[in-house]
Ligand binder design. Structure first.
Ligand SMILES: [Zn+2]
Length: 126
């Protein structure tokens, strides 16, 4: 599996494993190695309009969760959770030039700061 979850948050990128609490999920692009178990996800999935079109009409994927298409190069305000606390964050989709509809996600804001601060706190002091 290629996906990951940002530590201490509920933000998942190309990561479709079932989790108890709601996750904020993002799809980078529509290649087989990114889609394993995506059909079972009940959370909202964010992706580009091209990725949604390709999933629905070319691959005939039947997604259970809601899909929200985000536009490129704009700062979108969303909410996630850091250690269970609802926290805002911003995401910008940047064309990754990997395949049509493929993007990189730039995450910013308090939620990401919270994740980093929690990560730094577990690094052993020298
Ligand atoms: Zn790929």
């Amino acid at each position: 599996m290629y996906g990951f979850k940002i530590p201490n948050t509920n933000i998942c990128v190309d990561y479709w494993d079932d989790e108890e609490e709601p996750q904020v999920r993002f799809l980078t692009h529509v290649h087989d190695n990114r889609l394993q178990n995506i059909s079972n996800v009940k959370d909202t999935i964010y992706m580009t309009a091209f990725s949604l079109w390709f999933l629905k009409y070319i691959r005939k994927e039947d997604l259970e969760g809601e899909v929200v298409c985000l536009s490129l190069n704009k700062n979108h305000r969303l909410e996630g959770a850091c250690n269970g606390d609802i926290t805002p964050f911003y995401v910008t989709l940047i064309d990754s030039n990997h395949c049509p509809g493929s993007v990189m996600y730039l995450f910013e804001g308090k939620l990401i700061q919270c994740s980093i601060i929690n990560l730094l706190s577990i690094i052993p002091k020298i």
